[in-house]
Ligand binder design. Sequence first.
Ligand SMILES: O=C(O)c1cc2cc(O)c(O)cc2[nH]1
Length: 113
Amino acid sequence: MPYIDLKTNVTVSEEKKTALKSALGQAITLLPGKSEQWLMVGIQPDYSLWFQGSDAPAAMIHVEVLGAPNPSAYENMSAKLCEICAAELRIPQNRVYVCYSETANWGWNGSNF
Ligand SMILES: O=C(O)c1cc2cc(O)c(O)cc2[nH]1
């Protein structure tokens, strides 16, 4: 049950949101045991976001996962997420932060995994 929350100061069309959702659904498979089947995605366009004092196109991505994937998987995931931001949103890869959170306690459908 991963969750990806993408905030960006770029405007994102509905069509592009769908493309992003699908790309993120593929990207999550880079983390062993994770898949789009349990993935929740949030996309927040037009977000007030500054990086290095500039509001040029940028993105902040939070990836939350149950458990603790191998750190090398996070390397691959960061590369892919930055590629997606560049390809889909025209955001330079050096204006994208990716932050990972791991938790042992995750609720769904009235109880915890
Ligand atoms: O995506 C995961 O991390 C995930 C999905 C899933 C489904 C399930 O029934 C479990 O007991 C654990 C679990 N983890």
